[in-house]
Design a protein around this ligand. Structure first.
Ligand SMILES: NC(=O)c1ccc[n+]([C@@H]2O[C@H](COP(=O)([O-])OP(=O)(O)OC[C@H]3O[C@@H](n4cnc5c(N)ncnc54)[C@H](O)[C@@H]3O)[C@@H](O)[C@H]2O)c1
Length: 159
């Protein structure tokens, strides 16, 4: 079965590794990245593969996100499997947390917009790659809102 994977932050560490594996397994990948901390070199082995569609786009740009999601919507018709969205975009390094407005815009508002778009196009599975900021600082114990192990289990089932 051929799945369609839509991956944000696709040239980052997680996104690029997943993309190479999925394309090798004959799945299709649509991904975007604005090269905030990465480059096209991470996907050089698959960048010319027709099963890998790449956009040099920013998650903060509404027009660009509309285009990516529209493309995913049309491509999923050609795939006989599931549409799986994997959100890897993140302003990660601590030094950027001092640039509160731009970091918050990317990590919170733009990400929410992206999530709303992928729900609207009928995504089957949404996997958010993130850290304790999302899981809550209590995620390591039974009183945590969301346990990291819950998400890991689901992620491995899909991948
Ligand atoms: N790598 C790990 O060991 C690890 C562990 C736990 C959690 N995580 C989390 O998983 C997620 C992905 O991790 P990673 O190691 O692949 O991160 P990464 O920093 O390598 O990848 C993130 C990608 O997002 C891109 N990006 C940043 N801002 C963008 C924007 N505005 N528009 C488009 N692209 C943008 C960056 O250029 C980068 O390629 C992160 O949320 C991270 O906190 C990673």
């Amino acid at each position: 079965m051929k799945n369609l994977y839509a991956i944000s932050g696709v040239t980052g560490m997680t996104g690029s590794e997943l993309s190479c594996q999925f394309v090798t397994q004959d799945h299709k990948v649509i991904g975007f990245d604005n090269f905030f901390i990465s480059s096209i070199n991470t996907v050089k082995d698959i960048v010319d593969n027709p099963s890998f569609i790449f956009y040099n786009y920013d998650i903060n740009c509404v027009v660009q996100m509309d285009e990516v999601c529209e493309k995913a919507n049309t491509q999923k018709v050609e795939c006989d499997g599931r549409l799986v969205v994997i959100n890897c975009v993140n302003v990660v390094h601590t030094k950027h947390f001092y640039e509160v407005e731009s970091t918050c815009h990317t990590n919170v508002f733009a990400m929410k917009g992206f999530l709303e778009r992928v729900i609207a196009i009928g995504t089957d599975t949404y996997i958010n790659c993130s850290t304790s900021e999302v899981y809550s600082m209590q995620s390591w114990n039974d009183n945590g809102d969301v346990l990291e192990s819950d998400y890991l289990a689901r992620s491995f089932n899909v991948a």
